[in-house]
Design a protein around this ligand. Structure first.
Ligand code: NAD
Length: 353
C-alpha cells in the first residue's frame, strides 16, 4: 500500500453534550477573560439576553444584529459596541450568521471567541470567514478566525425549526461529501466525513418526526461537528463553489441552496469519483450517491428544486458562466455545458440517475 498525506487538526477546544452550556463561565475564565459581549441574530435576541443575564458580571452586553453573509457595516457597529462596553471576548450564540460576526470581530479587533452552536452549518470549527461589502462576498482564511472554544449543547438545538434542521443538516453533509473526494483529503478526514454523514443520515428522519428527540438532536449535532471539521481541514470543490456563486450572486438562502444542489453536484462529480463516493451510495442503499442523496432529501421534506427557492430559469446560463470564471480542482473537470445541465436539473428538481 502506498500512503502519503498531510494532516493538520483544528486547535479548537470542543465541549460536547447536554448541559455543557452551564460550563460557559468556566470557559470565559479559562481564556483569561471576564467581560463578554454576547452576539446573536435579532431572532435569537431573547435567548442571548437570557444567556447574558445568567453570566452576571461576566457579560457586559448583547449585540443582536448578526445577519446572513456578514456585512461589514454590521461588523463595524458590533465593534463599536465591543469598544464602548469594554468587552474582552465574544460569545456567539447561534448559527453561521452569528458565528460569522464573531469571526469578523476576531479578525478586526482580535476578540477571543466562544461559540455556542445552534445549527448544523459547521462554521464554528473552520478558519474561514465570508464577508460582504458593497454587494461583493469575499472569503478569507486565517488562524485568528478560528474560534477558541466551541460548546455543543444538543438541548439548544431542539428549537431549530424542522425545515431549517433538514436544510442545515444537508448543508453539513455537503461538507463531508466533498471531503471524500478532496485532493488534499487524508484517512482521518475520510473517516470523520463518513461518520458525520452516517450520523446525520440516521438522525434527521427522527428529528423530522419528533423535533425534540434529544438522542437524535445529539446525533445530528455530533455529525455536524464532524462535517464542519472536515470543511475546515480540506479543500472543497464544485458543490461549494456553485453554492457560493448561486447564493452570493443571486441572493439565494444558504442552507436551502446547499440542500437542493447537493444531489446534482454529487451526481456530476461521481462520474469522476465513483469509488470515493461508493460508501455514500452503500450507506443510502442506492445505485449512486447522487440518487441516494436525492431520495434521502425528498424523504425528509427538503426543498428539491431551485425553482421552488425562487431562482429564475433565465439565470441558469449566467450562473454557469460565473461558476466557470475561476478554475479549481474537481475530480470530474468543470465544463460549461455539463454545469449548465447540472443547474437546469437542479432548477427543475429532477432526480439524478
Ligand atoms: P443562520 O445562522 O443564518 O440561522 C438562520 C436562522 O435560524 C437565524 O434567524 C437564527 O437566529 C435562527 N436559529 C439558529 N439556531 C436556532 C435554534 N437552535 N433555534 C431557533 N432558531 C435558530 O443559518 P446558518 O445556515 O447556520 O448559517 C448561514 C451562514 O453561515 C451563511 O452566511 C454562510 O455563508 C455561513 N457559513 C459559513 C461557514 C464558514 O466556515 N465560514 C460555514 C457554514 C456556513
Amino acid at each position: 500500500m502506498t500512503l502519503s498525506f498531510t494532516y493538520a487538526s483544528s486547535p479548537a477546544r470542543i465541549l460536547f453534550g447536554c448541559g455543557t452550556r452551564a460550563r460557559l463561565a468556566d470557559e470565559i475564565g479559562r481564556l483569561g477573560r471576564g467581560r463578554a459581549l454576547v452576539l446573536a441574530t435579532p431572532f435569537q435576541r431573547a435567548d442571548a439576553e437570557a444567556l447574558a443575564s445568567s453570566l452576571g458580571s461576566l457579560a457586559v452586553g448583547v449585540f443582536a444584529g448578526a445577519t446572513m453573509h456578514t456585512p461589514v457595516d454590521i461588523t463595524l457597529q458590533a465593534a463599536a459596541v465591543f469598544e464602548e462596553q469594554g468587552a474582552d471576548c465574544v460569545i456567539s450564540l447561534g448559527g453561521g450568521s452569528t458565528i460569522g460576526l464573531g469571526k469578523a470581530l476576531a479578525r478586526r479587533i482580535g476578540a477571543d471567541q466562544i461559540v455556542i452552536a445552534t445549527t448544523y452549518a459547521g462554521s464554528e470549527v473552520t478558519n474561514i470567514l465570508g464577508e460582504t461589502e458593497n454587494g461583493l462576498k469575499t472569503t478569507v482564511r486565517g488562524p485568528d478566525i478560528l474560534p477558541e472554544t466551541v460548546i455543543y449543547d444538543p438541548e439548544l438545538t431542539c428549537g431549530l425549526p424542522i425545515g431549517m434542521s433538514v436544510t442545515s443538516g444537508l448543508n453539513a453533509m455537503a461538507h463531508a461529501v466533498e471531503a471524500l473526494y478532496a485532493h488534499d483529503r487524508n484517512p482521518i478526514t475520510t473517516m470523520m466525513a463518513m461518520e458525520g454523514i452516517e450520523a446525520l443520515y440516521k438522525a434527521l428522519p427522527v428529528i423530522v418526526a419528533k423535533p425534540d428527540n434529544i438522542a437524535a438532536r445529539t446525533q445530528a449535532l455530533y455529525g455536524s461537528w464532524l462535517c464542519g471539521s472536515v470543511l475546515g481541514m480540506v479543500s472543497m470543490a464544485l458543490h461549494h463553489k456553485l453554492c457560493h456563486t448561486i447564493g452570493g450572486s443571486f441572493d439565494m438562502p444558504h442552507a436551502d441552496t446547499h440542500a437542493v444542489l447537493l444531489p446534482h453536484t454529487t451526481a456530476y462529480t461521481e462520474v469522476g469519483a465513483a469509488d470515493l463516493l461508493k460508501p455514500v451510495a452503500d450507506l443510502f442503499e442506492a445505485p449512486t450517491a447522487g440518487a441516494g442523496l436525492y431520495d434521502f432529501a425528498a424523504s425528509i421534506g427538503a426543498p428539491l428544486s431551485l425553482a421552488s427557492l425562487g431562482f429564475a430559469e433565465a439565470d441558469i446560463a449566467r450562473a454557469a458562466d460565473l461558476a466557470m470564471l475561476t478554475p479549481y480542482y474537481n475530480p470530474r473537470p468543470i465544463e460549461s455545458e455539463g454545469i449548465k445541465l447540472l443547474i437546469r436539473r437542479a432548477w427543475e428538481g429532477t432526480r439524478p440517475c
